[in-house]
Design a protein around this ligand. Structure first.
Ligand SMILES: Cc1cc2nc3c(=O)[nH]c(=O)nc-3n(C[C@H](O)[C@H](O)[C@H](O)COP(=O)(O)OP(=O)(O)OC[C@H]3O[C@@H](n4cnc5c(N)ncnc54)[C@H](O)[C@@H]3O)c2cc1C
Ligand code: SF4
Length: 273
C-alpha cells in the first residue's frame, strides 16, 4: 500500500482519502475497505474558521471551543466521541463516517454491503432507525451532520457547491450509498449562514464517548425553525415539527426512541424560544 501526501488539489489522482484516520484506519484493519493508495489530505484541505466559513480539515476539538460558530455546531462537536478522537477527527471525516450498524461492522452480507437482506430488521436493532428504515434500518451516527443541516450549511468540494443536506441520500436497490459524494470528490469548506439562535441536544447511553441514541439540532433563522435529528434514520433526518414524530415507523425494539425524540425536540424548541 502506498501513502501519498499531496500539497494541492491539482496533485490528487485517485486513492482513499485520509484525514485524522480515526475511521479509515479501523475500517482498513477490519477489512471493511481495501486501499492500494492512501491519500493524506491534511496538506490540501483548509483548516480553521474565518468569516462564517469552516475549513473541512478543522478538528472537532478546535470547533468545540470556537466562539465564532453557532451553538448547535459547537455543542454537537463537544458531545461527540472522546477528547482523543475529537483531537484527530476532522469535520469532513465526521460527515463521511460509515454506519455503526453492528451487522455492517461485522461484515454481514447485508444490503449496505450489496446483499439482499437487512439483518438488523429481523435481528438485533435496539440502536437502529425509526424513520426511513424499510431498506436499511441504520441510524446516522454524526452529531455534526445533524447540526450542519439544521444550520442550513453549504459545502464546497473540489467539484461543486451543495447544501450539506444534499450530501446525503437514502440507500436503495440501485445504489447502496448513503452519500452523493463522487469518486475523488474532496470536501474543502463549509459555509455557515447567519442564524438567530441554535442548539444541539443529545441522548446517549453514557455521558461521554457515545454515539447519539437520538440527537436533536434546532436552528432559527428568518422566522423559520429547522429541526434535524441524528440517530433516527440512515441519514440526518429533518422534521418540520414535533408532531411529525407521531408518523415515525419504529421497529419493535426502537419504539423507545420515539418518546425520547419527542422530549428532546420539545426541549430544543424551548431552548430556542
Ligand atoms: C469510538 C468512537 C466514537 C465516536 N463517537 C462519535 C459521536 O458520538 N458522534 C459523532 O458525530 N461521531 C463520533 N465518532 C466519529 C468520529 O467523530 C469520526 O471518526 C471522526 O470525526 C472522523 O474524522 P477523521 O478525520 O479521523 O476521518 P478519517 O478516518 O480520516 O476519514 C473518514 C472518512 O472521510 C473521508 N474523508 C476524510 N476527509 C475527507 C475530505 N476532506 N473529503 C472527502 N472525504 C474525506 C475518508 O476517506 C473516510 O471515508 C466516533 C468515532 C469513534 C471511533
Ligand atoms: S441496518 Fe443497514 S447496515 Fe445494518 S444490517 Fe440493515 S442494511 Fe445492513
Amino acid at each position: 500500500m502506498e501513502l501519498l501526501r499531496p500539497s494541492s488539489v491539482e496533485e490528487l489522482d485517485g486513492g482513499t482519502f485520509l484525514h485524522g484516520g480515526s475511521e479509515v484506519v479501523p475500517l482498513l484493519r477490519d477489512g471493511l475497505i481495501e486501499a492500494e493508495r492512501l491519500v493524506d489530505v491534511r496538506g490540501v484541505v483548509p483548516r480553521g474558521v474565518q468569516d462564517g466559513v469552516v475549513g473541512a480539515g478543522t478538528t472537532l476539538a478546535e470547533l468545540e471551543v470556537e466562539p465564532a460558530i453557532p451553538d448547535a455546531l459547537r455543542e454537537a462537536c463537544r458531545l461527540a466521541a472522546s477528547p482523543q478522537l475529537r483531537n484527530m477527527g476532522s469535520l469532513a471525516g465526521n460527515l463521511l463516517q460509515a454506519t455503526r450498524c453492528w451487522y455492517w461492522r461485522l461484515d454481514h452480507p447485508c444490503r449496505l454491503h450489496g446483499g439482499d437482506r437487512c439483518h438488523a430488521r429481523d435481528g438485533e436493532h435496539r440502536e437502529h432507525a425509526i424513520f426511513a428504515n424499510e431498506f436499511c434500518a441504520s441510524a446516522h451516527p454524526s452529531d455534526v451532520a445533524a447540526a450542519l443541516v439544521a444550520l442550513g450549511a453549504r459545502l464546497r468540494t473540489n467539484r461543486r457547491e451543495l447544501a450539506v443536506e444534499e450530501l446525503y441520500r437514502l440507500p436503495d436497490e440501485g445504489d447502496r450509498s448513503t452519500t452523493t459524494l463522487e469518486n475523488g470528490e474532496l470536501l474543502l469548506e463549509v459555509e455557515l449562514p447567519p442564524v438567530e439562535s441554535s442548539t444541539y441536544l443529545k441522548a446517549m447511553d453514557r455521558k461521554r464517548w457515545s454515539f447519539p441514541q437520538v440527537g436533536v439540532a434546532a436552528a432559527r433563522a428568518d422566522g423559520e425553525t429547522r429541526i434535524v435529528l441524528a440517530g433516527v434514520a440512515p441519514i440526518p433526518w429533518r422534521i418540520e415539527s414535533a408532531a411529525q414524530l407521531d408518523r415515525a415507523t419504529p421497529l419493535p425494539r426502537t419504539e423507545w426512541k420515539v418518546p425520547l425524540a419527542q422530549a428532546l425536540v420539545r426541549r430544543a424548541l424551548a431552548a430556542l424560544a
